[in-house]
Design a protein around this ligand. Sequence first.
Ligand code: GTP
Ligand code: MG
Length: 197
Amino acid sequence: MVIKSAEYLISSPDWEKCPAADKPEYAFIGRSNVGKSSLINMLMNQQKLAKTSGTPGKTQLINHFLINKSWYIVDLPGYGFAKVSQSQRRNWEQMIENYLRKRPNLVNVFVLIDSRHTPQKLDLDFVNQLGKWEIPFQLVFTKADKTTQLETSRNVKAFLNKMRETWQFLPAHHVTSTVKKMGRDNILAFIDEMNAR
Ligand code: GTP
Ligand code: MG
């Protein structure tokens, strides 16, 4: 897919304030600091479309971007940020649950997982929750440049094996690095295919 245009539209505090649900939508979620905003920038071939930061918790709202005037990308705030209060966490959970379950044009959620780590309970809990809600998703293992290929593939396999304990079918997965521009074509090809349906 050729990206002809990518524009920031709006940041919304809840699903009801999001733009009209009249275009296919793809959301990016995952642990705080896992690289959601950076991945969106890589996919769009832009440096500063989505705001990135070395400090976790940068993205706080539901951020919509309009791509090629015909579909939406959504950058979501991350989970698992240690420095938030109980009530902030509950707000996040409510906002995300409502958005994921009520947004009618949501085609797919990309769940980002840091490829440097062995399976984390937080990520497994999150994908299991998506399963219970019957929300389609794919896995994206990020920051592949930060460790060896062997370590990455070990961690990917371990995560899928963990899922296999409870899941009958495993989701598709991607391995990405924004530094090496890795994984871009496959993600965009999938979106292209879904948009054509
Ligand atoms: P929150 O919005 O705070 O939840 O974070 P986020 O998931 O949007 O992460 P963000 O894109 O802001 O990236 C966090 C940090 O990881 C930044 O310092 C990025 O430069 C770095 N980063 C993201 N992706 C990669 C990658 O593929 N490789 C490397 N080496 N660093 C990356
Ligand atoms: Mg972010």
